[in-house]
Ligand binder design. Structure first.
Ligand SMILES: *Cc1c(COP(=O)(O)O)cnc(C)c1O
Length: 218
């Protein structure tokens, strides 16, 4: 099923949209199956789980950290992580920078923006993103690059609301791109809402259950 799911999704995606296969909680065998179908980008939301999988699997896989970060664990992934989606504080950025430096790397990060109306979602408010990007502290961080923005919409079937949330992020992204040429990634869209996210400007979708099947726990 995994291979078929992947192929169906790949066929649907426009060329400029990258698929992150979200393999959190799923076993190595599932990832190998997706790998055999050509998938090379996988997303995890727990650092320890990602490290274990990284160690066991082929090294041409790009690992994306999509979950909320525990700062004290950043050091365990700093030597291999390709993209960190969910950065939502300057403190965390500083820690990523510090750990990246130890490995002589520049780690790509996305700033997580709070677009959902739900209280529980992490992220910077839209109004703070510009200040963060232009802050003196940010300019000091030489071992990270902010490559784009990430957002999670409200968990709802209300298409109008989803559309509004996605377009608010897209608008911010386009505005910032004029000033910050390194911004190229707009990460939004999951199994339940990726079509809508793509229609509204996503360049990277994070899809778990529609590839690997439902998770029994998160
Ligand atoms: C789990 C997760 C996803 C994937 O969710 P699905 O609904 O299974 O596609 C995407 N983004 C983040 C941040 C996640 O934690």
């Amino acid at each position: 099923m995994i291979i078929e799911n992947l192929q169906n999704i790949q066929n649907e995606l426009p060329e400029n949209v990258t698929l992150v296969a979200v393999s959190k909680t799923k076993p190595i065998t599932d990832i190998k199956e997706a790998y055999s179908a050509g998938q090379r980008i996988f997303g995890e939301n727990k650092i320890q789980e990602m490290v274990t999988k990284y160690e066991e699997l082929p090294k041409d896989i790009e690992w994306h950290m999509i979950g909320h970060l525990q700062r004290n664990k950043v050091k365990y992934m700093a030597h291999f992580v390709s993209l960190i989606h969910g950065v939502d504080s300057l403190k965390t950025l500083k820690e990523i920078d510090k750990q990246a430096k130890k490995h002589n790397r520049v780690i790509q990060c996305l700033l997580q923006v709070r677009i959902a109306q739900e209280e529980t979602k992490f992220g910077f408010p839209i109004s703070e993103i510009k200040d963060i990007l232009s802050s003196e502290e940010m300019i000091q961080l030489k071992n990270i690059t902010i490559s784009g923005l990430m957002g999670m919409a409200t968990f709802t079937d209300n298409k109008e609301q989803l559309k509004n949330e996605f377009t608010s992020l897209k608008k911010l992204f386009e505005e910032l791109k004029k000033e910050y040429s390194q911004l190229s990634i707009l990460s939004m869209g999951m199994s339940g809402d990726y079509q809508l996210a793509i229609e509204n400007g996503s360049t990277m979708v994070r899809i778990g259950s529609a590839v690997f099947g439902n998770r029994t726990y998160t």
